[in-house]
Design a protein around this ligand. Structure first.
Ligand code: ADP
Ligand code: MG
Length: 249
């Protein structure tokens, strides 16, 4: 039984079957990659795990509990954090200010009652945020305006914002998309480090096979909304069905 169990999930958008009978089991403390051609349904699947979309049928269990019917915030509180396909940070805020938002949300559930200014003056949360920034080698950038950073640094900050919540499952949707090779390699190293240091399960959607083969212990290949194969990286390489799925891409 994996920490994440997806069973017979279907999702339609009008006439389009984006997900058809998807089954996926992600074992605890592993890195599991989901690959597949554009439009295969990878992001849709991720959206069904975090409550952004509700499957038409099927079940999604995390850590023994159903996520279906829960809000994205509730699912986040259960221990799932997600990095989006495009970085979602507040460009007008500094690195440190961005970090304080998840710290505060984690502790108090919501900062609506307190107002954002009071969040920024809390010493204990600052300590948490600083420790996390140190862990991802960004402490020296804490007063930088977030919008002015490189794509790689924005991603790193976004990952730190997820990790400071101590998730049990980290979901990454194409974390290296649009990155220069050096930033991609830094991201691989960072994820390896995180994986070694923490009890964390990672599910990653990724197009860059160098990233997939550097990190994943299991790979699920999705094509036209349905899992084609699930296997180890060694067996996925050169798999005829996988080659077929990517033809014409
Ligand atoms: P991937 O992430 O694998 O590239 P997506 O999950 O984004 O694929 O999309 C799967 C299919 O569902 C695509 O054909 C896409 O156009 C369609 N799709 C995704 N989201 C929506 C939506 N909100 N409304 C209608 N169609 C959608
Ligand atoms: Mg996608």
């Amino acid at each position: 039984m994996g920490i994440l169990e997806v069973k017979d999930v279907n999702k339609r958008f009008g006439g389009l079957q984006a997900l058809g009978n998807v089954n996926l089991s992600v074992a605890e403390n592993t890195c599991h990659a989901i690959i597949g051609p554009n439009g295969a349904g990878k992001s849709t699947l991720l959206n069904c795990l975090v409550g952004k979309l509700i499957p038409d049928t099927g079940s999604v269990m995390f850590d023994g509990q159903s996520v279906l019917g829960r809000t994205p915030f509730e699912i986040n509180q259960m221990g799932i954090s997600r990095v989006f396909q495009t970085p979602e940070i507040f460009g007008d805020l500094t690195v440190m200010e961005n970090m304080l938002i998840p710290c505060f949300a984690r502790r108090d559930g919501s900062f609506a009652l307190h107002g954002i200014r009071s969040v920024f003056s809390e010493g204990e949360l600052r300590d948490q945020a600083e420790q996390m920034l140190e862990e991802v080698n960004m402490l020296d950038k804490r007063n930088m305006h977030s919008a002015s950073m490189s794509r790689g640094d924005k991603r790193r900050l976004e990952m730190a914002m997820c990790l400071v919540q101590n998730p049990k499952l980290l979901l990454l949707d194409e974390p290296t998309a649009g990155m220069a090779r050096a930033d991609t390699n830094n991201t691989i190293d960072l994820l390896k480090e995180i994986k070694e240091k923490r009890n964390i399960t990672i599910a990653i959607i990724e197009h860059d096979m160098h990233v997939v083969f550097s990190l994943a212990e299991r790979i699920t290949v999705l094509a036209q909304g349905t899992p084609l194969v699930e296997d180890t990286p060694e067996n996925i390489k050169g798999h005829p069905k996988v080659k077929e799925a990517y033809l014409g891409e």
